[in-house]
Design a protein. Structure first.
Length: 269
């Protein structure tokens, strides 16, 4: 755990670069559309919404624009929080959205209260203790409400990718840049072979292929789980999977929408 913290990837730096160099209104609109498509109809409007690992803040901001009455974003990276605040001023200056420099493991996180939607896209598997992070996130969900998460899919190559990510965070900057361009080509070819689609076309969720590559090869700590593992784990905690979107590529993120039981069962869940 200590070594993972010492060589953890700087997600905040990458999010800032993405927002400074690639984020525009079209990309933001794409992010907004992807959030509305993932969420069950009518569940965002009037809700309280917590974004764990908010990154650039654009999905928390999108939730606010979609009608959430209260939106909070938290991120372990101070740079991500600063970037998110800047994006709020850019896209939704008048809306009730606040961003806070916090780790999901901070002891005061439960004081944020309970939420109608707890959302964490591609963040919990980078905490270094994914299942503990899931446990805490689940505890912030109101009964009858939603937990939305994206988790890296388990694949035979995950062990290899974990070594790549570890190595990226150990080598000096010039070697990191070299790795980025090597894997830029490798990942583009792999995506084309798997999907038969142009990997540089308009990116879902408003993302950028270049900054996604940096995020992917640098994203350490790194954990993963199969669809069945996540559904079973959350099911044992009283959550029902009401929507599942499979990862577009084998090592990508599976998307889950869970609903928490409104009434505890006989085991207290």
């Amino acid at each position: 755990m200590d070594e993972q913290k010492n060589i953890a990837f700087d997600f905040g730096k990458n999010w800032r670069a993405f927002c400074d160099n690639a984020l525009d209104q079209k990309r933001f609109d794409s992010a907004f559309e992807s959030l509305e498509q993932l969420m069950p109809a009518g569940r965002i409007k009037g809700s309280s919404f917590l974004d764990i690992g908010c990154g650039s803040g654009i999905f928390a901001i999108a939730a606010s624009l979609a009608g959430a009455r209260k939106v909070i974003g938290i991120d372990i990276s101070k740079e991500s929080v600063e970037t998110s605040i800047g994006n709020k001023q850019r896209f939704a200056a008048q809306n009730d959205v606040s961003f806070h420099h916090k780790s999901i493991f901070d002891p005061d996180v439960p004081q944020l209260g309970k939420f109608d939607i707890v959302y964490s896209w591609g963040a919990l598997h980078h905490t270094g203790d994914m299942y503990r992070a899931i446990d805490i996130a689940c505890g912030l969900v109101e009964p009858g409400s939603l937990f939305v998460a994206a988790i890296y899919n388990r694949h035979w190559s995950c062990g290899i990718w974990k070594i790549v990510k570890w190595l990226y965070n150990k080598v000096p900057g010039f070697a990191q840049r070299l790795m980025v361009w090597i894997f830029y080509v490798v990942i583009a070819l792999a995506k084309f072979i798997v999907t038969r689609r142009n990997p540089f076309r308009k990116k879902r969720r408003g993302m950028s292929f270049y900054y996604d590559v940096i995020d992917w090869i640098g994203g350490y700590p790194y954990e993963y789980a199969s669809k069945e593992q996540i559904i079973q784990y959350l099911g044992n905690k009283g959550f029902e999977c009401i929507k599942f979107v499979a990862a577009p590529v084998p090592t990508g993120c599976n998307e889950f929408v869970f609903e928490k039981k409104a009434v505890a069962d006989k085991n207290g869940r």
